[in-house]
Design a protein around this ligand. Structure first.
Ligand code: SAM
Length: 470
């Protein structure tokens, strides 16, 4: 069944009853059955809802540690040791919604604003100076003060601000659910991934969390990716705001959403984000009764990595350095770095001011510090943006990813973009660490012709060439 703007209320692909039943049935399975699922998980073929539920219900230390091991193995086989780096850019905090968890909710009274063209340029210049190439554009929902034309103009400004030497090469966009027409416009404006978090798939909780506002329409929000696919935006990034409802329900619902997209449009989520609720203006953490602890969070990430091996998993600076480092081993493949979560936040940070943020962050390290930490832990920070620029999106990307062929472009691109970062933004310490590390990583490349391409690319970069990618 396909959905369009008029029949979206037919959306029934998140079957609450079925999820409840599957979780209940998975409660009392035998040790042999759990072992069987763990064995199957290692094959990277994905799992059924029933099998995912069995992993979600597995509590014993022995089972959980096996789940971590498999997730780590899958992560390293598919993503190697690469970690994609990005930063958010908040352009407007006008918001007509009243999400109980969000600092931007309309009942929070503060002077709202959106960035002018000049202010966007200023933010982009700062992001460029940090070495960023990939950003997630963020805005609250306000059809009058922040309409689609404002977003499209902002994208144009960002792409055109990009200088030749160090530029923003990919804009992912995280804005409210909209129409097929607007997704077509975003596609024409060169959107990377369209990101939208469902917040919670549990309808009663969703309605409770979004009282009296446009976003409160569960079905319209849930069918946003259908409209996005129909509008030609086939890279979509999902997410659940963990802490609102039972995490086991949310993970199975995410899988049902993914399958719905695969069945109807040939491709599921390009990425999944795993935000956990953080303290924000106008709310107290005690208002939320499904908060998850670190151990549970780790388990969720590992199970997602096993359930959808080829979907990128994104972790933001909402989490501490320690948890971010740990979760890279269990499945995370993209990290934000040096983030500000307020409108005009990068300039204010530079000037020492602080404004209303959407929520508090926990990892305050600069990108260069994040990069040093990653290299120390054996990860390659990657600023690669080549897939979408080469048209490898949607099912074309997934086919390449599933065949394993993507490795032969991702690894060289990661090393070359790291080298570019080091040349343009590195200090003496990073230069030394990275050059040594890159040399080691080149030795690991198996195909001689790929190795040659990287060696030549690194030489060209040192001689001043930029933006080299496969
Ligand atoms: N207005 C868009 C929408 O409605 O989807 C963009 C959303 S906002 C800029 C990005 C995300 O931040 C939200 O989808 C929500 O999941 C998350 N967020 C909001 N408040 C949060 C909080 N207190 N802690 C952690 N994440 C939060």
């Amino acid at each position: 069944m396909k959905y369009n703007d008029h029949n979206y209320t037919e959306a029934n692909f998140i079957n609450h009853e079925l999820i409840g039943q599957i979780l209940e049935n998975a409660k009392n399975v035998s040790n042999e059955e759990i072992q069987e699922v763990i064995r199957k998980a290692a094959d990277k073929k994905g799992l059924t809802y029933e099998e995912i539920a069995i992993l979600l219900q597995a509590e014993s230390e022995a089972h959980v540690s096996q789940i971590y091991k498999i997730a780590e193995k899958i992560k390293s086989e598919i993503y190697g040791n690469r970690v994609v780096i990005f930063a958010p850019l908040y352009v407007s905090d006008y918001c007509v919604n009243n999400c109980k968890y969000c600092g931007y909710k309309r009942e929070n009274k503060f002077a709202r604003r959106k960035l002018s063209e000049e202010e966007i340029r200023a933010e982009v210049r700062i992001l460029e100076k940090m070495g960023h190439k990939r950003i997630a554009l963020e805005a609250g929902e306000d059809p009058v003060n922040c309409n689609i034309d404002y977003i499209l103009d902002a994208m144009k400004t960002i792409y055109s601000e990009a200088s030749e030497k160090s530029n923003i090469r990919r804009i992912n966009v995280n804005i409210a659910s909209t129409t097929v027409e607007n997704y077509k416009k975003l596609k024409a404006a060169d959107i990377g991934t369209y990101i939208l978090f469902q917040e919670t798939y549990h309808k009663p909780t969703y309605e409770d969390m979004h009282p009296k506002c446009i976003k409160g329409d569960y079905e319209y929000h849930l069918t946003a990716f259908d409209r996005s696919m129909q509008g030609g935006v086939d890279d979509v990034g999902a997410g659940v705001l963990f802490g609102l409802a039972d995490y086991k329900f949310e993970v199975l619902a995410l899988m049902m959403h993914n399958k719905h997209l695969e069945d109807n449009y040939g491709v599921g989520f390009h990425t999944i984000s795993v935000p956990r609720i953080k303290k924000a203006e106008g709310m107290e953490m005690t208002e939320f009764n499904s908060l998850i602890d670190d151990a549970t969070f780790k388990k969720i990430v590992a199970i997602l990595r096993i359930a959808v091996p080829f979907t990128g998993l994104i972790l933001s600076t909402r989490e501490t350095e320690e948890i971010r480092n740990e979760l890279l081993h269990h499945g995370i493949s993209q990290l934000s770095a040096g983030s500000c979560t307020g409108v005009g936040g990068y300039k204010e940070e530079e000037e020492g001011n602080h404004d209303i943020k959407q929520f508090a962050i926990s990892d305050e390290r600069s990108p260069i510090e994040v990069l040093k930490g990653l290299i120390r832990d054996g990860f390659i920070p990657s600023y690669c943006t080549s897939c979408y620029r080469m048209g490898r999106t949607g099912d074309r990307f997934m086919k390449l990813a599933k065949s394993g062929e993507i490795q032969h472009v991702c690894q060289p691109n990661a090393l070359m973009t790291l080298k570019e970062y080091v040349l343009d933004f590195g200090d003496a310490e990073l230069r030394e660490m990275a050059d040594h590390f890159i040399a080691q990583e080149i030795e690991k490349i198996k195909k001689p012709e790929t190795k040659q391409v990287v060696i030549q690319g690194l030489r060209d970069l040192s001689e001043g060439k930029r933006d080299i990618f496969l």
